[in-house]
Write a protein of this length. Structure first.
Length: 435
């Protein structure tokens, strides 16, 4: 048994026993009240899900196993000569709760490289689709095609004990994480580069190898990809892609079926498309104004015009956060170091200087601050990655780290089939009448 798997097995068995005893004592304790607005309005803030890998606080932002974004950037192992955290390290942390050593991450990276072979029929499935098929559709279908390799599905069919469900799920999770960069890069090169596919380099870390297969080999792009993959990896369990993966997994669907469900949720305009919407909005603003370096006054006027037209300012607001997203700040610090002269980056910064005040003045917005999507597209554009329809695929590759770690924990703890209670509008009216 490899080191990471052994650590997970040991920690998981201990926590599983602790959860079991905890439920015996406290299973009937009430921890939340539900309002009608929560029932009708998307179940916002209803505490009803156990999810181990990360936690989102409205006033602190995302914490991965208790560590903030700045702490991750400081403490997680780096590539030689690099300053950004390796994505292998964030997965290790989410799975075990421990910051890995440099040696741990190096060995784990080699393990992922060993697992990265993609069956030929997955590429054939992609090639069967029209070339103008949206990249997220291609990605989801390719992941489904790879389901033929599921170890969990085979072991379950053979009659695996419930206590051992976590083991093949762990193997599937690592295999999926190892293979999806190659799948995503294949889709990118097929869609945008006339099928001119590029080999990877197993000596590189997971993020840098992905960048190389996409066709980008600069150290700055490698560093950007390491940061991007780390900060997009997870966002607690209630967001749509994580929740969709968890829901499908609760039926004992394997990692491939579950992750495809998560990708389909991520593809929705209200979830994973926001960063390309930010780039589109800025591009339209520049065309409207007539230059690519709009002043704060010009930006203020354009924001007001956007709001007056009944539209939203993309990249601003968040369902939970009530502060500027720490992931935005991390990207801002990266941009200050590597691309401070970029016109689009500077526009993003000027928007940040004026947008919160304008949005706050409407009295309708709970969080007038930028989220992660307000900055990520500008980094990609600056580095020459202009295919905005592919941005959500990058998001999906990163999100696999969090949802796969969480799925391993779901099977380790034996979490049950998720089945919330729904009610009709007539039922709600009766509750009000009887109160």
């Amino acid at each position: 048994m490899d080191k990471l798997k052994n650590i997970f097995a040991t920690k998981g068995a201990a926590q599983k026993a602790e959860v079991k005893e905890f439920l015996k004592t406290y299973s009937d304790k009430v921890i939340d009240d539900v309002t009608i607005s929560q029932t009708v309005g998307g179940m916002r803030d209803i505490i009803s899900m156990l999810y181990e890998t990360s936690l989102l606080d409205a006033h602190e932002g995302i914490r991965f196993r208790g560590y903030s974004i700045p702490e991750l950037i400081e403490k997680l192992p780096k590539a030689q000569g690099g300053t950004q955290p390796l994505a292998e390290g964030i997965f290790w942390l989410m799975l075990t709760g421990d910051i890995p050593t440099q040696e741990d991450v190096n060995e784990f990276s080699k393990d992922l490289a060993r697992r990265s072979n993609v069956p030929q029929h997955v590429f054939e499935t992609i090639e069967s689709l029209p070339k103008d098929t949206h990249p997220m559709t291609q990605f989801s279908l390719a992941v489904l095609a790879a389901q033929t390799e599921s170890i969990f599905a085979k072991k379950y069919a053979d009659g695996l004990s419930k206590d051992l469900y976590w083991d093949p799920m762990y193997e599937d999770a690592l295999n999926l994480i190892a293979r999806i960069p190659k799948i995503a890069a294949y889709i990118y090169r097929r869609t945008y580069k006339n099928g001119d596919h590029l080999p990877g380099d197993s000596s590189l870390d997971w993020s840098a190898n992905f960048a190389k297969m996409l066709g980008y080999e600069s150290d700055i792009f490698y560093e950007m990809m390491r940061l991007y993959m780390t900060i997009h990896a997870d966002h607690e369990g209630g967001n749509a892609s994580a929740h969709a993966t968890h829901l499908a997994g609760s039926t004992l669907s394997d990692a491939y079926l579950s992750f495809s469900s998560g990708l389909n949720a991520l593809a929705g305009p209200l979830h994973g498309l926001a960063n390309q919407e930010v780039v589109r909005w800025i591009t339209e603003m520049n065309k409207n104004i007539g230059n690519e370096n709009p002043s704060k006054e010009q930006i203020r006027d354009y924001i007001n015009a956007t709001l007056a037209a009944g539209k939203v300012v993309p990249g601003y607001g968040h369902a939970v956060l009530r502060i500027p997203d720490p992931r935005f700040t991390a990207q801002q610090e990266f941009a200050k170091k590597y691309m401070a002269d970029s016109p689009i980056v500077n526009t993003v910064w000027r928007i940040f200087e004026v947008a919160p005040e304008i949005l706050s003045s409407t009295g309708k917005i709970k969080n007038p601050f930028p989220n992660v999507d307000a900055h990520s597209g500008s980094l990609l554009v600056t580095l020459g990655f202009n295919e905005a329809n592919f941005y959500t695929v990058l998001f999906g590759v990163s999100r696999a780290l969090g949802v796969m770690a969480a799925l391993c924990w779901s099977r380790m703890l034996g979490l049950p089939l998720e089945r919330p209670k729904s009610v009709t509008f007539e039922w709600l009216k009766k509750q009000v009448e009887q109160s």
